[in-house]
Design a protein around this ligand. Structure first.
Ligand code: URA
Length: 445
């Protein structure tokens, strides 16, 4: 077997055997297959596609390339949650304490943001003192005591994915369902939880541009998870507009705390509830989402979910009282009267990036208090001169570029238009069939 023949076979659209995929991933991991051949493999896979058997084997080989987290000493149902990435997506900060308050154990390994999408680890690091790396024994005892913890994903989990992802990033081969699914699932399987709940985003701010593409990706994700013996579900949600009103690290932590007390923006509150309902059904505590929803509302309104968050921050060394107040540097105002029919996620993310909320290169240092706070959500009527967004940064001179970018964010029109649903549906395994179940209601009513 040699790499040239494998590349030739994939180029011709043929199906690779398990041995050929193993040869590629193992050889690449050992440094025996150079980046140029790995890049050619990725492009051939992107253009010709991978069958589900090939995708499952690619995932398995990337999983085998590194360590696995051993959670066996943690008793109870453990659930991992993952989002395919978005703008203003702080759901993990709400969902993990909420589920932990309901008795589901959430050992969450998260990443940093790069480009326009934020990362949970960067958000948590805006809390002074918060440790995103802990020894494994301490993490395990925190899971037993508090029921959840969030750490930065170790480089030792699925290292082959890390190396391949770096090549995908520079060879225009990121946004392919099989490559995305194997990348995500190799890391999720290595993280060792009993169940995997995936928030698959669609829309302008996401990899998958349409809900149909998100369903396709979901089916592959669930097939890989269930085939590996893990209860796996996806919830498909819109990333056309930013989620909630805050985009930027400390701003998002504050908004997540509001949501844990039931006072967050409507879309964030709704998405967190729906994800948590799915999580409780997966854990086996509830058969029906409606009954799970009632229990979750009680945990929010009694303060139990918020208390969990406070215990978690304290356990990981964070000091909420020491968080600095964000510095307001500018406001963006409505140029005319109208209804806010769209708030485009991408320009809002780029404006936050320009203010210092993210990294343009891996070396950039994040300004934890930088970002954009939307003052309106889609569907609201505004008058010319009303403030649509407040801009925060440690460096006032950055506001000029951000204000210019925001000009393309808000679509103001005379008549209200129908918007895409926040939650499109979910994909899961029912009696050994992977099914798509559409959502019953949406934010349009
Ligand atoms: N997130 C991942 O971890 N991998 C991808 O390929 C895309 C999103």
């Amino acid at each position: 077997m040699n790499m040239y023949e494998i590349l030739y076979k994939k180029r011709e659209g043929k199906t690779l055997s398990e041995e050929e995929i193993a040869f590629f991933v193992q050889g690449f991991s050992k440094g025996e297959i150079p980046d140029y051949q790995a890049s050619a493999f990725l492009m051939a896979a992107f253009l010709k596609g991978l069958t589900s058997e090939e995708t499952i084997e690619l995932t398995r080989q990337m999983l085998l390339s590194g360590e696995r987290l051993d959670l066996s000493e943690v008793k109870g149902f453990t659930l991992d949650k993952h989002s395919t990435g978005g703008v203003g997506d702080k759901t993990s900060l709400v969902l993990a304490p909420l589920l932990a308050a309901a008795g589901v154990i959430v050992p969450k390994l998260s990443g940093r943001g790069l480009g326009h999408t934020g990362g949970t680890i960067d958000k948590l690091e805006s809390i002074p003192g918060f440790a995103t790396e802990l020894p494994l024994e301490r993490f395990l005892s925190q899971l037993k005591d508090i029921g959840f913890g969030i750490l930065g994903a170790s480089a030792n989990l699925a290292p082959a994915d890390k190396a391949l992802y770096a090549l995908r990033d520079v060879t225009a081969t990121v946004d392919h369902p099989s490559l995305i699914a194997s990348s995500i699932m190799s890391k999720k399987l290595a993280a060792g939880a009993d169940g995997i709940l995936l928030d698959v985003k669609y829309g302008e701010g996401a990899f998958m541009k349409t809900p149909e593409e998100a369903v396709e990706l979901s089916k592959i994700l669930v097939e890989i998870g269930e085939g590996s013996g893990k209860r796996t579900r996806t919830l498909i949600s819109s990333m056309e507009a930013p989620l909630g009103k805050a985009v930027g690290n400390s701003l998002e932590v504050r908004e997540a705390m509001d949501a844990l007390r039931g006072k967050g923006p409507k879309d964030l509150q709704e998405l967190c509830m729906k994800l948590a309902e799915q999580g409780l059904v997966m854990s086996g505590q509830f058969d029906e989402e409606e009954a799970a929803a009632e229990h979750l509302s009680e945990l929010i309104h009694s303060g139990a979910a918020f208390e969990k968050f406070l215990s978690f921050v304290e356990a990981q060394g964070g000091m909420l009282d020491a968080m600095e107040q964000e510095q307001e540097v500018a406001v963006f105002c409505a140029p005319k009267n109208g209804i806010v029919n769209r708030i485009h996620a991408l320009p809002v993310a780029r404006a936050a990036l320009a203010l210092g909320a993210g990294r343009r290169t891996k070396e950039d240092i994040i300004d934890p208090g930088a970002g954009v706070l939307l003052r309106v959500q889609e569907g609201e009527r505004v008058q010319a001169g009303d403030v649509l967004a407040t801009l925060y940064s440690a460096r006032r001179e950055k506001s000029e570029e951000a204000l210019a970018i925001l000009e393309t964010s808000f679509q103001l029109e005379d008549k209200e238009r129908k918007r895409s649903p926040l939650i499109y549906g979910s994909v899961y395994n029912k009696d050994n069939h992977i099914i798509f179940s559409p959502s019953k209601g949406d934010r349009n009513g």
